[in-house]
Design a protein around this ligand. Structure first.
Ligand SMILES: [Zn+2]
Length: 385
């Protein structure tokens, strides 16, 4: 058995001073404070000193890292990504596809399903892929960003079923533009199957966005990016996202995708319950400037910006940096920031054993210093430095 202690712990809803977390077989057995109980005999104690422990981060929107794209089929890729993410405090994530030729998409979904199934028992000490986020092909031509127009599709139940089968039911998040013909039917069907439906890459006006929510959509993909802009007389989808408490909102807090003051605006509107930090990271994350793949599209990375044809195409953000940035941009404390990077995405996507430190939860933790820097990650009870 392993016992973990530090200066403090965020569950994240509660704060425990001098916590004592007992870990057995990769799960949390007990959480108390050192004042209340002693370390059991024959238990290995690890003291993280002045650090604060929090649930391991959960990235709902990531395309790759460490030189590898998650749609690729390089056998080393998955391992490299899982190791890289764990070093940045991420203990679980939702590999995210981009719009691509249908046969390539189906092949990628098959690989990702395989990765998810094999990681179930074997992901100790690494980040675990939990389910697939499909970003495309049901996106708006007007707001497609880097998604290749020739492969965008009109949403149909038949096309959705094809993707679902290829992914062997592992689709957990779907980005879709609710204004497209057929979208509402696909949103309703996906929701019925337990998919967390996110509105994004969308030119929806206010009514179209509201109809999306009525059909089952509960989330917004990278709020403000690839969306009809907010106008005070033509409010559109962003007004619905910011004002409807049933919708949670992703933000890419790299200081490039959304201006820091608008990050503060979203954080204020959605509050600590409704804000979800994501990276939208690409293969270029953790790598030098240069050319990388994002799905079947080439991107060029320079000075922290990923571009395709002059359009922003993903990021090189890591979730630990997003946590530090949101503290700066929105004047949030660490407790709020870690909640938006862990509990909120886990809850949204229905990952019951993730995002919250409680008895029976997976022993996924991150040890952060006062500046929010990752000092260690614990993934299913295995400590990664
Ligand atoms: Zn993306």
């Amino acid at each position: 058995m392993l016992a973990l202690t530090a200066k403090a712990l965020y569950t994240p809803l509660e704060k425990i001073e001098r916590p004592l977390v007992l870990v057995d077989e990769g799960s949390v057995l007990k959480i108390t404070s050192q004042v209340a109980s002693e370390t059991p005999p024959r238990c290995r104690l690890r003291d993280f000193g002045d650090c604060t422990l929090a649930p391991g981060f959960v990235d709902m929107h990531t395309h790759g890292a460490a030189g590898y794209d998650l749609m690729g089929d390089d056998p080393d890729g998955q391992n490299a990504i899982n190791t890289f993410l764990a070093r940045h405090g991420v203990t679980s994530y939702f590999p995210t596809t981009v719009t691509a030729p249908m046969d390539k998409t189906l092949a990628a979904l098959d690989h990702l399903a395989e990765a998810i199934e094999s990681a179930k028992d074997a992901s100790k000490g690494q980040a675990q892929p939990l389910g697939i986020h499909i970003e495309g092909p049901f996106l708006s031509h007007t707001r497609r960003g880097m998604h290749p127009p020739e492969h965008l599709q009109r949403p149909t139940l038949a096309a959705f079923e094809k993707l679902w089968q290829a992914a062997r039911g592992h689709i957990r998040v779907m980005t879709i533009a609710p204004e497209l013909d057929g979208a509402l039917e696909v949103i309703a069907e996906a929701t019925k199957r337990g998919v967390f439906v996110s509105m994004g890459h969308s030119d929806a006006d206010l009514d179209q966005a509201r109809r999306g929510v009525t059909a089952g959509a509960r989330h917004a993909t990278h709020t403000f990016n690839a969306m009809r802009p907010l106008d005070h007389r033509e409010p559109g989808i962003i007004a619905e996202v910011l004002t409807n408490p049933r919708i949670s909102a992703e933000i890419i807090v790299d200081g490039i995708h959304v201006h820091p003051s608008v990050v503060a605006l979203i954080a204020k509107a959605k509050g600590v319950e409704g804000t979800v930090l994501v990276t939208d990271a690409t293969a270029a994350t953790g790598m030098p400037d240069g050319k990388y793949q994002l799905g079947w599209v080439e991107i060029e990375v320079k000075d922290g910006m990923c571009l395709h044809d002059g359009t922003l195409a993903g990021s090189v953000l890591t979730l630990d940096r997003a946590v530090r940035n949101v503290m700066n941009f929105a004047s949030w404390d660490l407790q709020r920031a870690v909640r938006a990077a862990g509990l909120n995405p886990a809850k949204a996507a229905g990952a019951r054993t993730k995002g919250s430190l409680e008895i029976g939860a997976d022993a996924d933790l991150v040890a952060l210093d006062v500046n929010g820097e990752v000092k260690a990650t614990i993934a299913k009870g295995v400590i990664v430095q």
